[in-house]
Design a protein around this ligand. Structure first.
Ligand code: GRF
Length: 208
């Protein structure tokens, strides 16, 4: 994989494609890390594109105001324009593959993926999930952790496989659950950790 862009010394640049649906704060953390840590020079890797299924994703505004960080292509592919989940995923795969990705990053991409999509990107598709997997797969993780009386919560970066939130764990971070926590305060504490471990796990993925 990798594009024909050279990043120096005759080697090829590897490409990351990020998928978002909303705020895009994890995407922002990844792009900032790539810039500050000089991923292109040090690791030979760049974020080639960000693709969203929501034209109103607020992450798009962040990208517009931070275009100095990197020449990232931004694309919108609305899932509502497709008749089936399969048709959307096929179109999305075509968009992603146009960037010859070595890694596809789900950064708050709020879609259930078809098996064909997951199989196509086997070994190069990662996600961040706001719980300490294998606990609390699925949605409403923070409220469920509070309701279960957990003393600790956290986030997990993992490989994506056909089984929801069950792929190989690549990184985790733990935070305390405080007695006064609501789902919102806990989510905010976890999100700060997500912004640390997601870029770090991606950099690790490309380290020789
Ligand atoms: C994060 O909490 C992530 O773990 C979950 O969705 C949220 C996305 O946040 N999958 P953002 O769009 O990266 O700000």
């Amino acid at each position: 994989m990798g594009s024909a862009n050279r990043f120096g010394l005759g080697a090829f640049v590897k490409n990351i494609v990020i998928l978002i649906s909303g705020m895009g704060s994890n995407m922002a953390a990844i792009l900032q890390a790539a810039h500050q840590e000089k991923w292109r020079e040090r690791l030979g890797v760049q974020v080639a594109a960000v693709i969203t299924n929501k034209s109103n994703a607020s992450g798009l505004a962040w990208l517009r105001s931070h275009s100095h960080l990197a020449p990232v292509k931004t694309e919108v592919l609305e899932h509502t324009q497709f008749e089936s989940r399969e048709a959307f995923d096929q179109a999305l795969m075509a968009r992603i593959d146009a960037h010859a990705p070595d890694l596809v990053v789900l950064a708050g991409f709020m879609r259930i993926l078809t098996p064909a999509f997951v199989v196509h990107y086997k070994g190069r598709l990662i996600n961040i999930h706001p719980s300490l997997l294998p606990a609390f797969t699925g949605l409403n993780t923070h409220q469920r952790a509070i309701d279960a009386g957990c003393k600790f919560a956290g986030a997990t970066v993992h490989q994506v496989t056909a089984e929801l939130d069950r792929g190989e764990i690549l990184a985790q971070s733990v935070v305390p659950v405080l007695t006064e926590d609501t789902a919102e305060t806990l989510a905010a504490r976890v999100l700060l950790q997500e912004h640390q471990i997601f870029p770090a796990a991606i950099a690790d993925f490309f380290k020789p």
